[in-house]
Design a protein around this ligand. Structure first.
Ligand code: NAD
Length: 230
C-alpha cells in the first residue's frame, strides 16, 4: 500500500535560504512589534506601517532561492502520485519555486493581495499602499493575503481530512508554538499515524514525536527523502 504522508513545514525550512525565523535575533521580526504588523487591529490602526513591513518581507523573499530541503520535498511529492500532502505555515513561495505543486498555505501567501471588502484575490504588486484600489470592487481596502494572529487559518478542512488519512505525519522546521498547526501532531497520533519531527533541535515535549531527526533542513530533509526511496 502507498504510504500517505502529511508534511507540515515552518520558517525553519526557509532559514537557510536567508529568510529569518520568528526567533532569529536581529531579524525582521525582532525589529517590529507583532501586535502592530501581524494583527487585524494593527492593520486598522496603521495600514501604512503594515504594508511597509510586508513590502520589506516581499523584497527579501523575492531575492531568496529555494534550498535543497524545498527541492527534496518537491521530488518526493512528484513521485508519490498524490500520496504526499504539503502544508506550510510559511507565507513565502520557496516551496513553489523549488518545484512543489498544490502547496497548502495555511497562513496565506506573501505574494498575493486580498480585498478586505469583497474578498477578491490577485498577485500582490511589489509595493502596496493603503490607498490602493481593489481591481474588482474599486474600494481602497487592499491587504496582504496573509493570516494574521486572531484570524482563522486557511484550508483547515482539507488539512484535517489529509491528517485523518495519514500513515505518517512529518513536522519540519517549526517550533510548534503557533496553534492550530502546533496541534496537528496530536491529531495525527489520535488517528494512528506515525510521527516524525525534523528540526534544528527537538522543539517540544519529549515523546510527542515517534522519531526526531535533528540538524539543518538542507542536510536532514534530503537525507530523509533518500531514506524513504531505499
Ligand atoms: P518559528 O520561528 O517559531 O520556529 C522556527 C523553527 O525552525 C525553530 O524550531 C528552529 O529551531 C527551526 N530552525 C531554524 N533553522 C533551521 C534549519 N536551518 N533547519 C531546520 N530547522 C530550523 O517558526 P514557525 O514554527 O514556522 O512559526 C510559525 C509562524 O512563523 C507562522 O505563522 C509563519 O507564518 C511565521 N513565519 C514565516 C516565515 C516564512 O514565511 N519564511 C518566516 C518567519 C515566520
Amino acid at each position: 500500500m502507498v504510504q500517505r504522508i502529511v508534511i507540515l513545514t515552518g520558517a525553519g525550512i526557509s532559514a537557510e535560504s536567508g529568510l529569518g525565523t520568528f526567533r532569529d535575533a536581529g531579524g525582521l521580526w525582532a525589529q517590529y512589534d507583532l501586535a502592530e504588523v501581524a494583527t487585524p487591529v494593527g492593520f486598522a490602526r496603521d495600514p501604512g506601517l503594515v504594508h511597509n513591513f510586508y513590502i520589506a518581507r516581499r523584497e527579501i523573499a523575492a531575492g531568496a532561492s529555494p534550498n535543497a530541503a524545498h527541492t527534496a520535498l518537491a521530488d518526493l511529492a512528484g513521485r508519490s502520485d498524490g500520496a504526499v500532502t504539503l502544508v506550510t505555515q510559511n507565507i513565502d513561495d520557496l516551496h513553489e519555486r523549488g518545484g512543489s505543486k498544490d502547496v497548502i498555505h495555511m497562513h496565506g501567501e506573501l505574494m498575493r493581495a486580498l480585498c478586505q471588502f469583497c474578498g477578491a484575490r490577485w498577485d500582490a504588486p511589489e509595493r502596496m499602499e493603503p490607498s490602493d484600489l481593489c481591481p474588482t470592487c474599486s474600494r481602497p481596502g487592499t491587504r496582504p493575503d496573509v493570516v494574521w494572529f486572531g484570524e482563522i487559518p486557511y484550508h483547515m478542512e482539507r488539512i484535517a481530512e489529509a491528517i485523518a488519512k495519514a500513515d505518517l505525519f512529518v513536522s519540519i522546521g517549526t517550533s510548534g508554538e503557533v496553534y492550530p498547526a502546533a496541534g496537528f501532531v496530536e491529531e495525527a497520533r489520535a488517528f494512528g499515524a506515525r510521527t516524525l519531527e525534523i528540526n534544528l533541535e527537538p522543539s517540544r515535549i519529549p515523546g510527542l514525536f515517534d522519531r526526531v531527526i535533528a540538524g539543518p533542513a538542507t542536510r536532514t530533509v534530503p537525507a530523509w527523502v533518500a531514506e524513504l526511496s531505499r
